[in-house]
Design a binder for this molecule. Structure first.
Ligand code: HEM
Length: 401
């Protein structure tokens, strides 16, 4: 029976040439032959478990026996000795700290609040598409639409005053741009952190109907500090910007590759919602996997993961598991169980912003193809992809229409 002695595998995480929207082919083999196996990282100094099947991924993510705290020795962070995250970045905290922050935000992502962002989202999208169309083309769809929309929507969510949107958006774009230097990123991070702290202080003095004002109330109530509140704001920007931007870019690309699926977007609300779920499953942009460390022994499939051992849960393998999703490598916007995907994770850390991401995608995808029915990749040019970023996506998408 495989146990902690299982042989360590060197696993190729490379995607197949010509199939940039499919996970590495190695994952299909692992699901069949070694669904939970050891992988070598940090030059062999760490050998966490790699979980590849849907059922096992849910078991691990729902287990109270795992921790998300990356400061625990052996935690399988992408780089060795990764710096600790401040508490406000609460995806890296366990309860009760995690729960304090998460509960302070739960109401912000409820249907009523997200519905209030629908109109601003449509307005922002119209403006971005108008500007792209007026430019005459060709254009980089990532720059023109996919990156800008989520950061402007987060401005609305947080309550960044309109006249400061440009400042906020230009710095937040630097943070997720793979082409800028480390110094530029650090400067942008600092500028946004300082800005958010000032914003929290402003909203303490003059509260409005927005998320930062409600965080400021928690500061006054003593739940957390001004710095924590600013970190929460910065975390929401990180968590919600590049992820949604990548889904917009890749979602458009997947639909350009499968034009026969496009009519589904216009058949009704339920069909549109299901189409977005299927795109989330098929594309699973959190492609480097979720990381955890066992804090007690946990049984998963045939394996016992021992306390102190790291675990990487490969969501993009789990979401292509044929035992759960029939014909899993096919994009089928009418798939009956698309919503069972794990693209937003599972368990206590499941994506808090998913109602917002869904709302944005349900607006953007049909609207882009409605306004640009002849949208296509510019002939003779190629889309480039962010292979190494934690959120997979297109870095450049030359389009014409
Ligand atoms: C399509 C877009 C998105 C995808 C694919 C995505 C994916 C994920 C995943 C996989 C996790 C789980 C992390 C873990 O368990 O370790 C997560 C957590 C989180 N996401 Fe998202 N996300 C998206 C959009 C957003 C948006 C728009 C926001 C908010 C503005 C957001 C806020 C968060 C937060 C706050 C957490 C941490 C939750 C916790 O630890 O309790 N996400 N997301």
């Amino acid at each position: 029976m495989p146990d902690t002695d299982s042989s360590v595998q060197a696993i190729s995480m490379a995607r197949r040439d010509g199939a940039p929207l499919d996970p590495p082919p190695e994952y299909a083999r692992l699901r069949q032959e070694a669904p939970i196996s050891r992988v070598s990282m940090w030059g062999g100094r760490a050998t966490p478990w790699l979980v590849t099947r849907w059922e096992d991924a849910r078991t691990v993510l729902a287990s109270p026996g795992v921790s998300s705290q990356n400061t625990r020795p052996g935690f399988p962070t992408a780089i060795e000795n990764a710096p600790a995250m401040p508490p406000g970045y609460f995806f890296g905290q366990d309860d009760p700290v995690h729960d304090t922050f998460r509960r302070a935000l739960t109401r912000e992502f409820m249907v009523k609040r997200i519905e209030a962002l629908r109109e601003p989202t449509m307005r922002i999208l119209d403006q971005l598409l108008d500007a792209m169309i007026d430019s005459g083309g060709p254009a980089d769809f990532v720059e023109a639409v996919a990156l800008s929309l989520p950061s402007l929507v987060i401005c609305e969510l947080l309550g960044v005053p309109y006249e400061e949107h440009d400042f906020f958006q230009s710095h937040s774009k630097v943070l997720i741009d793979s082409a800028v230097t480390a110094e530029e990123k650090i400067a942008a991070h600092q500028a946004l952190g300082d800005y958010l702290e000032r914003l929290v202080e402003d909203k303490r003095r003059q509260p409005m109907d927005d998320l930062v004002s409600r965080l400021a109330e928690h500061v006054d109530a003593g739940t957390f500090s001004v710095r924590d509140a600013a970190d929460v704001g910065a975390f929401l920007l990180f968590a919600g910007h590049e992820t949604t931007a990548n889904m917009i870019g890749l979602g458009v690309l997947a639909l350009l590759e499968h034009p026969e699926e496009l009519p589904r977007l216009y058949q009704g609300k339920a069909e549109l919602a299901n189409s977005v779920e299927e795109l989330l499953r098929y594309l699973t942009i959190a492609h480097t996997g979720l990381t955890r460390i066992a804090i007690e022994d946990i049984a998963v499939g045939d394996v016992t993961i021992r306390a102190g051992e790291g675990v990487i849960i490969l969501l993009n393998s789990a979401n292509r598991d044929a035992d759960t999703f029939a014909d899993a490598d096919t994009l089928d916007l009418a798939r009956a169980n698309a919503r069972q995907h794990l693209a937003f994770g599972y368990g206590i850390h499941q994506c808090l912003g998913q109602p917002l991401a869904r709302m944005e995608l349900q607006i953007v995808l049909p609207e882009v193809f409605r306004r640009l029915p002849n949208l296509r990749i510019e002939p003779g040019r190629e889309v480039s992809f962010k292979q190494t970023s934690a959120a997979y996506g297109a870095s450049f998408m030359p389009v014409t229409w």
